[in-house]
Design a protein around this ligand. Sequence first.
Ligand SMILES: [Zn+2]
Length: 322
Amino acid sequence: MSYDNTVNQAARAELERRRKLAEETARQNLEDFLLRCPRAGEIRRELAANAAGAARAVVSGGKVREEMERRRERGLTLRREYEDLLREHGLTRQDLEPRYTCPICRDTGFAEGGPCSCYKALRRSLAYKQLSAELPLSECTFEGFSLKYYQGDPAAYERMSSILKSCREYAENFRESSPNLLFWGGTGLGKTHLSLAIANAAIAKGFGVVYGSAQRFAVALERERFDRDGGPGGGTSESLKECDLLILDDLGTEFSSAYSNAAVYDVVNARLMARRPAIISTNLGLSGLEERYGERFTSRIAGNYALLGFMGKDVRIQKIKS
Ligand SMILES: [Zn+2]
């Protein structure tokens, strides 16, 4: 999978930040220790001199074996004393060494002659974030979803209470093989709010989530289609197909073209084949979807998505009125 340069650069910058932080912290810890315990500094200098002396003894000849043995013993004694001093100060040797986020590559991003898995994970999450940048994720929680706007209509209230409960359960139990959901209903009934609340919960559990409007994704796909000759693509299509959970908001409001309709089908179908869950919200009913994306697409949705019909009066308008 290829990413655009901003993602690669951001991933490398993040690795460098982690590496420097780990090394700086270790350096600081050592400095503090030597300040509190001057004897430790002496030992470190003596150990270095001892090792250099051993090297000189080999070169100069003479009683090399005796000299080496004496220095080895001395080295052991010094190291033991150093360990005791560390313990006295409540430290271990690891405390004075850099604690890398990824011990495999020591936060360099490279291991065993190729990119480390931490670097790949970082690029993936940054690409998802970049793709998802537009929506107010933090504002959309289950706690912030109020049923009072549905109280005027008992049927709507009952329906929305049950949808809220289902969404909470879905979020709590979210896993890679969770089912697909189709939220449909008029504007302002909370479809985006609840799908983002699920996204929040899944992200908190460490899943890779891409969320955004169909319009945004359509624009990104269209742009990459024309940029294809100019270097590596942005990986939008791969991200949409490969993330753990895709939230496709407002399907049907994107600018319609044969290309974007085919791209939507391609993404939805690829995820079904790979059994990766998606939550699609739309104002269009099944007949509207069929009219727009064709019978093949709609039958895939009808057969593989749990349909949740949102009811009520436009919450946004009620909020403005009150
Ligand atoms: Zn690594």
